[in-house]
Design a protein around this ligand. Structure first.
Ligand SMILES: Cc1cc2nc3c(=O)[nH]c(=O)nc-3n(C[C@H](O)[C@H](O)[C@H](O)COP(=O)(O)O)c2cc1C
Length: 454
């Protein structure tokens, strides 16, 4: 175990099940997406474990065009909860945990998003976070009147302007603009009002916002795109970055490079928290957890596993024998580069056939995933202590079983090692993450991360 630097882990619960077989396990609710009692229980269990935040992903549609009837028939992951409605409800049945919700800069309007997250931040006592996505999934654009997806670089240009408008709207009123003096009858100080008057390439927004400045100044900004454009955007705006590195050396290299990029963008590197995804099955012993993972992977329908594999590779495997090796796959130049490379490397490293690889990706395809509390704590200690990340975006292959085990057995082990705090610290999500609160004068002095939005 690597020497710890005194750094403590940041832990986020990814409220999504990437395992494509575990819904078939007996005792699991197969209709998870609309079962609010289940979401609530997951959120409250994570809060019992003092996790910093939970995160709800989003795709506004079903990638219908490339689903064959047989894949469609067997797909358990077509339906998705609407994150903004779900997050608002979860904020009302939790007290301390951060609520990070995905909202697309391609399929929303910035005025509505600024209003929504300001309101959520007020209602939750400063626990709101916005995961900014530009949306890349096939099957979304046609729901919003577009014939084809907007081009990658253009989406990020729009995202930057969207962010500038939203943060500009959050700065509509100084923190102390509302005097509400009942004696004199003066409610607001007009000198503390800043009308945005934004006229840009993508949006035209007058402002001001009809809510007071959010308790956190800005809700916490999260981002998960790691392309060159995505990283450049993250270096300017992201305070939490969800990533996918699976091995320690790659993660360490990414961590150093991303923090350097944040510094080059004029921000303090400590003001971005990098959280790779870690999918877990928790057992009493490593052997028990590994056996459970194998059982769950046996429940992955081969048709579904193969469909996911082909998507990850961006390659049609129907001409190749399932029990043969992976053929040479031409490199994609689009967004899925890293994922494609990751799968090919795994196939070579573990000498896997197409069938074995399909089963593995259907099970979430992660390298370190099943273990005892000690092994999982060792992993977290190595990565966080060795500056490969600031913590993890945790997901569980069998959340109803493994999340409570994580909370009851891994968290105390991490606390014993000084790697996880014993309770929530300050009041807001920002405070708990060690992030600075954007001041209400920084933007006007040209020191804000967004620059002038007008
Ligand atoms: C952990 C994680 C969660 C993500 N969640 C979403 C999501 O909810 N909705 C979405 O459209 N994209 C999501 N993405 C995709 C990224 O936001 C991003 O759009 C994608 O990686 C492509 O961007 P890039 O080309 O900059 O890499 C997620 C990515 C990661 C790693």
């Amino acid at each position: 175990v690597v020497e710890v630097s005194g750094k403590q882990a940041i832990l986020n619960l990814f409220m999504s099940n990437l395992h494509r077989g575990s819904w078939r396990e007996l005792g699991t609710d197969p209709e998870q997406w609309i079962n609010f009692e289940l979401w609530k229980w997951l959120a409250q269990t994570a809060e019992r474990g003092k996790l910093h935040s939970l995160f709800v992903a989003d795709v506004a549609g079903i990638p219908y065009s490339d689903i064959t009837p047989d894949v469609l028939r067997r797909s358990a992951s077509l339906l998705r909860p609407e994150p903004l409605a779900l997050g608002a409800a979860l904020s009302a049945c939790t007290d301390r945990i951060g609520i990070v919700l995905t909202a697309s800069t391609t399929y929303h309007h910035p005025y509505n998003i600024a209003r929504y997250f300001a309101m959520l931040d007020h209602m939750s006592g400063g626990r709101a976070g916005w995961n900014i996505v530009t949306s890349h999934m096939a099957g979304e654009q046609a729901n919003f009147g577009l014939e084809r997806p907007i081009e990658h670089a253009r989406r990020y240009e729009q995202a930057q302007e969207f962010y500038d408008v939203v943060t500009g709207l959050w700065d509509s009123w100084d923190d102390d603009a509302f005097v509400r003096d009942q004696e004199s009858g003066i409610y607001v100080d007009p000198d503390k009002l800043h009308v945005l008057d934004h006229e840009g390439e993508f949006f035209s927004v007058a402002g001001p916002l009809n809510t007071t400045r959010p308790p956190q100044g800005y809700p916490v900004i999260a981002q998960a795109g790691a392309s060159p454009d995505g990283r450049a955007f993250a270096s300017r705006v992201a305070e939490v970055m969800f990533t996918l590195q699976q091995d320690y050396d790659t993660a360490r290299a990414f961590y150093t490079q991303m923090r350097d990029q944040v510094a080059a963008a004029g921000r303090e590197p400590d003001q971005i928290k990098i959280l790779p995804m870690l999918q877990l099955v928790v057992g009493v012993t490593d052997a028990e957890a590994e056996a459970k993972r194998e059982e769950l992977n046996d429940l992955v329908d081969p048709v579904i596993g193969l469909s996911i594999l082909q998507k990850m590779l961006d390659f049609d495997l129907s001409d190749y024998p399932l029990d043969g090796p992976l053929p040479d796959i031409p490199a994609v130049t689009e967004r899925a580069q890293t994922r494609q490379q990751f799968v090919i490397e795994a196939a070579v490293r573990d000498n896997l056939t197409i069938r074995q690889l399909a089963r593995w990706v259907g099970g979430g395809g992660t390298a370190v995933s099943a273990g005892s509390p000690t092994s999982i704590a060792d992993h977290i200690e190595q990565w966080v202590g060795g500056d490969a990340c600031d913590g993890f975006n945790l997901t569980f292959a069998d959340p109803q079983v493994s999340l409570p085990k994580f909370v009851d057995h891994v968290i105390p082990e991490l606390q014993r090692r000084g790697l996880f705090r014993k309770d929530y610290g300050g009041g807001t999500l920002r405070d708990n993450l060690g992030l600075q609160r954007p001041s209400d004068v920084a933007r006007r002095q040209g020191a804000g991360s967004a620059g002038a939005a007008a």
